[in-house]
Design a protein around this ligand. Sequence first.
Ligand code: DQQ
Length: 461
Amino acid sequence: NTLNLRWYPRYHLAARAGWMNDPNGLVWFDGWYHAFYQHHPYSNQWGPMHWGHARSKDLVHWEHLPVAIAPEGPEDRDGCFSGSAVVNGDILALIYTGHKYHGETANEDELFQVQCLATSRDGIHFERQGIIVDTPPGVHHFRDPKVWREGDYWYLVVGARMGDTGEVRLYCSEDLHQWHEEGVLDKAESGMGFMWECPDLFTLNDKRVLMFSPQGLAAAGFRNRNLFQSGYIIGDWQPGLPFIRTSEFAEMDYGHDFYAPQSFLTPDGRRIVIGWLDMWESPLPEQQDGWAGMLSLPRELSLSDDNRLQMCPVKEMESLRQNWFSWPARALKNEQISVLDEAESVEVILNWKGALSTAEQYGISLGKGLRVYMDIQMQRLVLERYYPQYALCGVRSVTINPDNDLSLRLYIDRSSVEVFINNGEACLSSRIYPDAGDRELRLFAWNGSALLSESGAWQLE
Ligand code: DQQ
């Protein structure tokens, strides 16, 4: 069967067919970047999880490889769940969660989750090495190991659910096979989630970032969306010492769709994050086209002076730039103007003079379904999507000072938009589902005027 490609990404990684969720095992090995991902190759829905696999020389052009691990061992009969990869000498090691139910049916009370190892010399064919971390007493949700090397040891963080409290547990090993528990690294206080999925602990400058995807976070005004969310806490940690928080929980991305992000290091020392550009319980209209789910662009992380995480698309993305359409500086007064007939694979660079703009709303729209705009009264940058035919309507937003200049970089693909604000200060990412012929880009300013400075769009290869 052929896929319907109307929404299939032009420059993001998606499965060739079937279902995709979390990115897994992001790693540089043997001259390639490898990206694995949660994958159900046999249908457009989540099912017994496999690890899909692709590799790239530049984080931009990806080559698909055969499925790396399939749920066919006694320890992972019902799924090879999320995990990570490390390079140990000339071996590529995958550390993942084996998932199975004791009975014949998917009964949550009879859930069994353990951490497993699989290894490869060629980076393509993997051999199971079995269980390396058993389920601790009192826990049954126990998944998503992230492993890294520090000094003479390997460390592993893993998500756990203790009663109704999400936790991150820490383990240590000399050889990736024998692990001993070092205790609970951090855990949810009231309202912070009943399960912390996909934890990742990494160093940025001299701080530690604990990134994770809580389930069941309490909604908090504009801040938390409730139920599924990805975010981070900054803190201090050294082997043998407790993790001390130095910041509150903050969102990774303020759009509709960014979950289960994982980080990795490039050979030149950049810390990159890739997330699943979807959200649980959100409709995925592309299922009717034979595929579902895609990954975000790789984003380079940095810390701002006030210790907030910043994300910018990796510089390699610039290699896709082809023609530049320039939009000269001008004032927009209670009007909209068309700037591009068909935005299907573009990078838009948009600069506004905040202090000289009075319009209640000013920004950019794509067809009838997407608007990204500054709301002066709310002091927020808003991403609004409106696809009622697919039950995907709603706004997400982030606080922005309307008196400052506003620079936006938008990556638009066939069914996604990623908005990077002021060089990474914040991101808004969402899936979008324009109908054929409904991809006109317009700039607008309503109830007042807005001043656009030099802007434009790159057509991407
Ligand atoms: N997805 C995986 C789990 C993880 C969840 C299963 C997060 O390992 O906790 O597909 O999206």
